[in-house]
Design a protein around this ligand. Structure first.
Ligand code: NAP
Length: 267
């Protein structure tokens, strides 16, 4: 169901889900604009795409900056033509007590996980509406639905993205433009390593699915647009979980590392 434009923008394309998605979309014949900060890693992904006879171009940008978001969309459209697909994937995590989180770190997460996908969508939508075609895919998380202590900012930003994605999908239902949310479980990427680097010790080692599985789900939803895709399918259950698991979480003992962090946060 991809429209006439074969140009796809993938944010966070330098690793993990974004890199796998870029490779999958290029294999499907789309021209892929690769966006993230690490230019060398983007060039590696572009080289892999070119090696498979696909087409990609590299656009290094820090998506926490509004001006960079505007510049990158303008440049991509000027270089490659109208954007038909936007995959809002760039994002990062943080584990730690909110009271101990420095505001710049919290603000950075709001900019990357919440403001960037919404701003980028706002930038591409007018052109998609004019064309009467286009597809925005937002990479969400099961974490949006169960509000674990230690993940306040992450769960908050992902809940915002899920709610926004759903409402905009409903606004555009008859405009020929699709908005899909992928609700992902734990995926094997650099996400947990980069999260660990900015967090206190994370209490659990999750079971993870490969990034290629998410990339395949992105490809499939572009062929058959839907409001929500759960990867793995068990993520369908999490939306109702907070309702009853929430009561348990209200009473559960706090991770000792979070408790210690809260003690340290007192003046
Ligand atoms: N892994 C999981 O278990 C999981 C589960 C549910 C949802 N998700 C979501 O999936 C998305 C992708 O994560 P991943 O698992 O693939 O992790 P990842 O391998 O760490 O990828 C994160 C991507 O975001 C980019 N990024 C980070 N800061 C950026 C910035 N300021 N400007 C532009 N790009 C930036 C990174 O590139 P640079 O560092 O080069 O900028 C990287 O390409 C995230 O939105 C995450 O919340 C992940």
């Amino acid at each position: 169901m991809i429209g006439t434009s074969r140009v796809a923008v993938v944010t966070g394309a330098s690793s993990g889900i974004g890199a796998a998605t870029a490779l999958r979309l290029a294999r499907g014949g789309l021209t892929v604009a690769l966006v993230a900060r690490r230019a060398d890693r983007l060039a590696d992904v572009a080289a892999q795409i070119a090696g498979g006879a696909g087409t990609a171009a590299v656009y290094p940008a820090d998506l926490t900056e509004a001006a960079a978001r505007e510049q990158v969309i303008t440049r991509i459209a000027a270089d490659l033509g109208p954007i038909g697909v936007l995959v809002n994937n760039a994002g990062h995590g943080y584990y730690g007590a909110f009271a101990a989180m420095p505001w710049p770190a919290a603000q950075n997460m709001i900019e990357l996980n919440a403001a960037a996908p919404v701003h980028l969508s706002g930038l591409v939508l007018p052109h998609m509406l004019t064309a009467g075609a286009g597809h925005i895919v937002n990479i969400g998380s099961g974490g949006a639905h169960v509000h674990f202590p230690g993940l306040a900012m992450y769960t908050g930003t992902k809940a915002f993205l899920a709610a926004h994605s759903t409402a905009v999908h409903r606004e555009l239902r008859r405009a020929g433009v699709h908005v899909s949310l992928l609700r992902c479980g734990d995926v094997s990427t650099e996400f947990f390593d980069s999260m660990a680097a900015r967090s206190i010790r994370i209490p659990r080692e999750p079971r993870k699915i490969p990034a290629e599985r998410v990339a395949e789900a992105v490809w499939r939803v572009l062929q058959r647009p839907r409001r929500l895709v759960c990867v793995p399918g068990s993520m369908r259950l999490v939306a109702g979980l907070e309702q009853w698991l929430g009561r348990l979480l209200d009473r559960a003992p706090l991770d000792p590392n979070l408790r210690a962090q809260l003690t340290g946060a007192r003046p």
